[in-house]
Design a protein. Structure first.
Length: 1175
């Protein structure tokens, strides 16, 4: 009998036995409460989550929506039904985000969720509570969780647990420095602790926050894990810092894990940071000290994960024996799909007036007259809905500030809001205002990196960063920016500031016009809002202040949220329809598609942007200007003295625009609006929400407060594959090389700057932020105060850095062009699928161009006397990580040096990189960084051991100049290079060789085939560059593979609002950025591409702006062209389309344009047909 015959005989019997046997009971289904659960779940199951650990241990898991807890209160019973689909649910207390400020809305939502959560457990469900310490000062997350869990008999004590006697220090890894833990073997017998012998628990969660939050448990709880008798709880203050010098309430063996019954169900509570429990279990980049390894060298494991799995099984038991629980079914995972088109034609709503308030009242607690209650009465009489009090800090006491806050709370209700705040002067003599319910009395001093620094001397705030942090990053702003500049400080070096006062008054006197500073702050990538500031000292001044300058919001509830915002308040400002006025009203300022939510490659119409404003003044509108940051005015509308003026206009997602209204009436009074940022969050250039570091999908990161050089290389975007989770970091936390910009100078006189008290000041400028490539520069002309010195703390905690003196030797300007990678952030971020979004990611590259202008003769010293950068990495030969150095040496040829394990003699080499060559050290888990030299630049290098790294080839300097070189004042040194971020796992220079060819860094043009049909070829070093002919260029290019899309420059293109490219294979217009007459964009050229680039429409009068709308309309509509005349005169001019323009080429039309207004045309064939739009 052969196998097939046997199989045919046995299959029916097998089926019979299978049908007769009882169905196996499905494994327990565990739900993990998670924000955006429906988006995160796919890759949580496939790649990154605890799902695989559950499956290995006979459990099933899924993510379930946490928004009923944190975002909205569903109808009664809805959250219960959601939870009931699981046998047990895991609730992780957030480190941040549950309740920055515990409002009535938070309480109502919390109580609604609590009722359903308690019902779920009472009827048989299991609840796993993982408690974590709060991260940020003043946050009220603990209040939220204590209210939520009140009836379970547990609470967070705002204390930290540690055991000074039983400690363990984890060994240094390739990613992490040594971390400190405490150990406990105080384990009680219980099904949850079966096989659990000991736990290693971290001292810190996010240093200096405690790793183990102290728990208060009532008598219904059975403790199953506690600290040893020597363990205690310790004080945690307002700053959430664990203070091991000050004992707290639990003097011995504090609880760490406990269990209880609740109705038919069960609850398990465990105090430990999530990154040590669920987030990183099994991740080899993370030392699994708490989870499993413990003291691995001495054979003393930690059984935390065993405790977790046991607890989940135990929690699920009652629900498995009760009908109706655990019904959740795992849905199949489908790839992300996008809409084919989008339509933005829907009409705008109507404008409306808002409610008003003022900022700047002083009470009798300081130098004013009258109480908060007196001001409330005066404000109501003046038609105001809110007043922000800003009593001078130097005239208050802690008790007076507490009274001010209490009096404001007592005066506030649904119809009026009194907001507490203070004015203060910093160490530079700059006057600040900060407000909100989180404002606190400043500490006299604080500790930073082992030193104590003053914060408050009774008259001045000496560490503004520390005070901003203590106040929970509350709303704040500078009264008069002239004070900042007079102190030799620059706004580009500010951080943790969130408001601009366009107009600042003292009584009826204008003391500062900061409108220009507002527009500059937007160019500087700040998430800024505006507010009115009028300092008054008595309730009798309220009526006049209300007429002088006021802040306006659409309703009091939104206004109260805005006044108590944390960090940048951009989105709250939009929600509140916020503006500042001396008289005119902004009844409407709306934008459609301000954030490009659809990828332009896949969704037609993704780039269309529509805007509308409506303004009013009893004295008549003179004009309305639409500013794009401080780049210029993109629209100007003449008001003609009309009482109201409403207009709609069109723009496109060609680059980032920060659009704000400046409304003037016939008496010269102005109103300044909030700004609309037209951008793509999924592929853009922006800062973190705290207005400190550059951070976003452009994958660039640096910090202005510490005078850092802008990013020289992009972050490794493949970090998601192995990153450690739960750590606030710009990049993936994994083994990877480091890159530091250098700005020192080495001469025979010594290093410059000469001491650690000074650094080179950098002033950022952003010529271009876009959804494609970015252009940014740094100007270095001065020295500035340093940080981490005897007088200045770590940078973000200190005072604003002053420029102290001009740079003695040279002035330098450095410009960077950062290309967009092929990581798809629409998939990565919108759908939380970084693996799917990274299918085409092959690395990224930044092109750098700089110039050094020497001011002084000098004799240079050292192998790299003018270093521009250094790289270093973890590992070395012992780990087979970062241990291969590769360089194209000008004199010795291409060198590759691989160190063998055990080699004792450190390697050192210096030389000159061949022009058009490269230098790199390989490799790490994420990849390596490649330095690529222009053929027109000569760079020196030095590679050597550095004692602070584990690597024998740990540090490489690259820069300009040679030892003993004589430099004369007046010399100009230009330089060009690229830095590539390469996720290439190979120990090979093959990719580096290919990149230098593809970028034409050898000075040639053989990197790829091309033919220019219209225009003139102008070079191919890095950018493929063409000179346009009559506002257009056309060329074929490729095929050529490249790590990202090829960068293009087309010169001779107008920045008139209508610049685009047309790729023959796509057959639609894509709008692109223009800077200084050059269009910048990237396109794939594999397969070969046929590209037209230029201005689809041009006006003979160069003041006129145009916007073309082809897609994003209702089906069947002809293309729309807006032609805007910003001038104060009527224009008779011609609009034309260059002859080779796809679809429109050769169109020419005479147009008449009224002064200060737009005319709309439908493009029908080769003619313009005027159309009337009624706003």
């Amino acid at each position: 009998m052969n196998f097939s015959t046997t199989l045919r005989l046995w299959l029916p019997l097998a089926c019979l036995f299978a049908c007769a046997a009882p169905a196996a009971e499905p494994p327990p289904m565990i739900g993990f409460l998670q924000a955006e659960a429906e988006r995160y779940e796919a890759e949580w199951r496939l790649y990154t989550g605890y799902y695989k650990t559950l499956a290995k241990n006979g459990l099933q898991g899924a993510l379930t929506d946490s928004r009923p807890l944190y975002r909205y209160a569903p109808a009664a019973g809805k959250f219960y039904e959601q939870l009931k689909a699981f046998h047990a649910v895991v609730l992780v207390a957030l480190e941040e985000g549950a309740a920055t400020r515990m409002t009535d809305a938070h309480r109502q939502r919390c109580l609604a969720a609590r009722a359903d959560l308690e019902r779920y457990v009472r009827e048989g469900g299991g609840l796993f509570l993982l408690m974590q310490a709060v991260r940020y000062p003043g946050d009220e997350d603990e209040k939220f969780y204590n209210l939520l869990l009140e009836n379970f008999g547990c609470r967070m004590l705002h204390e930290g647990v540690f055991d000074k006697t039983n400690t363990f220090t984890a060994p240094r890894s390739l990613v992490f420095p040594p971390m400190e833990f405490f150990v406990t073997a105080n384990i009680k017998a219980h099904p949850a602790t079966d096989g659990v012998r000991r736990l290693y628990l971290p001292r810190y969660a996010c240093q200096p926050n405690p790793g183990v939050e102290a728990l208060g448990l009532d008598t219904n709880w059975q403790m199953v894990v506690a600290g040893e008798p020597t363990a205690k709880s310790y004080f945690v203050g307002h700053e959430n810092e664990l203070n091991l010098d000050r004992e707290a309430s639990q003097k011995s063996a504090p609880p760490i894990a406990a269990v209880r019954a609740f109705g038919k169900g069960r609850v398990f509570i465990y105090s430990a940071p999530n990154k040590h429990v669920f987030l990183n279990h099994g991740n080899r980049q993370w030392p699994q000290i708490t989870e499993s390894d413990g003291d691995k060298e001495n054979g003393k494991p930690s059984d935390s994960n065993k405790l977790v799995i046991n607890a989940l099984r135990w929690l699920a038991e009652p629900a498995r024996q009760t009908g109706g629980f655990g019904t959740h079914k795992l849905a199949p995972i489908q790839p992300v799909k996008f809409e084919a088109s989008v339509n933005w034609d829907a009409p705008f709503g109507k404008g409306r007036d808002g409610v008003r308030g003022i900022v700047g009242a002083h009470t009798s607690l300081s130098d004013g007259r009258g109480t908060v209650s007196d001001y409330e009465k005066a404000a109501r009489a003046a038609g105001l809905s809110f007043v922000v009090f800003t009593d001078p800090l130097e005239l208050l006491t802690p008790e007076k500030l507490a009274k001010l806050k209490n009096d404001c709370a007592a005066a506030s209700n649904e119809e009026f809001y009194a907001c507490p705040g203070v004015e203060f002067t910093d160490n530079l003599g700059v006057r600040w205002v900060t407000w909100g319910e989180k404002v606190v009395w400043p500490e006299e001093s604080f500790e930073s990196n082992g030193r104590r620094y003053p914060c408050w001397d009774g008259k001045r705030i000496l560490a503004r960063g520390r005070y901003a942090c203590s106040c929970g990053f509350a709303a704040n702003g500078i009264v008069d920016y002239r004070e900042l500049r007079a102190a030799n400080a620059h706004p580009a070096n500010l951080w943790w500031f969130y408001r601009i006062f366009p107009f600042a008054y003292d009584g009826g006197k204008l003391i500062a016009d900061n409108v220009g500073e507002y527009f500059y702050s937007l160019r500087d990538l700040r998430w800024m809002s505006v507010d009115a500031f009028t300092r008054i000292r008595s309730p009798e001044e309220v009526a006049a202040a209300a007429m002088t300058c006021a802040s306006v919001v659409n309703n009091l509830k939104a206004g109260r949220e805005l006044l108590n915002s944390r960090c940048g308040s951009y989105h709250l400002s939009l929600a509140a329809a916020h503006y500042v006025t001396q008289g005119p009203k902004i009844l409407q300022w709306e934008c459609r598609n301000s954030q490009m939510e659809n990828p332009w490659q896949k969704t037609r119409g993704a780039q269309r942007v529509r805007l509308k404003f409506e303004v009013a003044s009893a004295d008549g509108i003179a004009e309305v200007k639409v500013h794009d940051a401080d780049y210029g005015v993109v629209r100007r509308y003449a008001g003609g003295g009309a009482a109201t003026l409403a207009r709609e206009f069109e723009m496109v997602q060609d680059k980032q625009h920060w659009l704000a209204l400046e409304v003037s009436d016939t008496k010269g009074r102005r109103a300044i609006s909030r700004n609309w940022l037209v951008y793509s969050y999924k592929s853009g250039f922006h800062r973190c929400g705290d207005n400190l570091n550059i951070l976003g999908s452009a994958q660039l990161c640096w910090h202005p407060d510490r005078n850092e050089m802008p990013s020289l290389a992009k972050i490794f975007e493949n970090g998601f594959a192995c990153t450690v989770q739960g750590i606030d970091s710009a990049s993936g936390v994994a083994s990877q090389p480091k890159l530091f910009a250098e700005d020192r100078l080495r001469t025979t006189e010594g290093d410059y700057p000469r001491n650690r008290e000074s650094v080179v000041n950098k002033i950022l400028d952003v010529p271009l932020g876009s959804h494609n490539l970015q252009i940014y520069s740094a100007t270095m002309t001065h020295l500035a105060e340093s940080y981490d010195t005897a007088t200045r703390p770590t940078p973000s905690m200190g005072a604003v850095s002053r420029r102290t003196e001009p740079h003695e030797f040279f002035e330098r300007r450095h410009t960077s062009y950062a290309l967009q990678s092929r990581q798809d952030y629409f998939v990565t971020w919108n759908y939380r699928r970084p693996f799917e979004g990274g299918r085409d990611y092959h690395g990224s590259i930044i092109w750098h161009e700089g110039e050094i202008r020497w001011k002084k003769d000098a004799t240079l010293a050292g192998d790299v006397p003018v270093p521009l950068l250094l790289t270093e990495g973890p590992g070395g030969a012992e780990f087979r990580t970062y241990d291969q150095f590769c360089v194209t040496d000008r004199d010795a040829g291409t060198l590759t040096v691989r160190l063998e394990a055990g080699r004792e003699k450190p390697y050192r080499r210096a030389g000159v990189i061949r022009p058009g060559g490269y230098c790199a050290t390989m490799n790490t888990d994420l990849g390596y960084l490649g330095f690529l030299s222009s053929a027109k630049s000569v760079f020196s290098y030095q590679v050597s051991t550095h004692p602070q790294t584990k690597s024998l080839v740990g540090r490489t300097y690259i820069g300009l100049g040679r030892d003993k070189q004589q430099v004369k004042a007046g010399e100009v040194w230009p330089y060009r290079f690229a830095m590539a971020t390469l996720p290439d796992p190979r120990l090979s220079n093959e990719l580096l060789e290919d990149l230098t060819r593809a970028c034409n860094l050898d000075g040639g043009t053989n990197g790829y085939p091309f033919a220019v049909k219209t225009g003139k070829f102008a070079g191919a070093e890095f950018f493929f560059t063409v000179e346009a002919d009559g506002n257009e260029a056309a060329f074929t290019i490729g095929p050529r593979d490249f790590i990202c899309d090829l960068p293009f420059r087309v010169r001779g293109v107008e920045d008139n609002g209508c610049a685009a490219i047309y790729v023959a294979s796509r057959k639609f217009f894509r709008f692109v950025s223009v800077v200084d007459g050059t269009a910048y964009f990237q396109e794939p050229v594999l397969p070969a591409a046929e590209i037209w680039a230029g201005n689809p429409f041009v006006c003979e009068d160069k003041a006129v702006r145009l916007t073309l709308v082809v897609d994003g309309q209702s089906p069947g509509k002809a293309p729309l062209l807006e032609v805007h005349n910003p001038t104060s005169r009527e224009l008779a001019t011609r609009v034309f389309s260059p002859p080779h323009t796809p679809q429109f080429g050769g169109l020419r039309a005479e147009v008449k344009l009224p002064a200060g207004d737009s005319v709309f045309f439908r493009v029908v064939g080769k003619k313009l047909k005027q159309e009337t739009l009624i706003p």
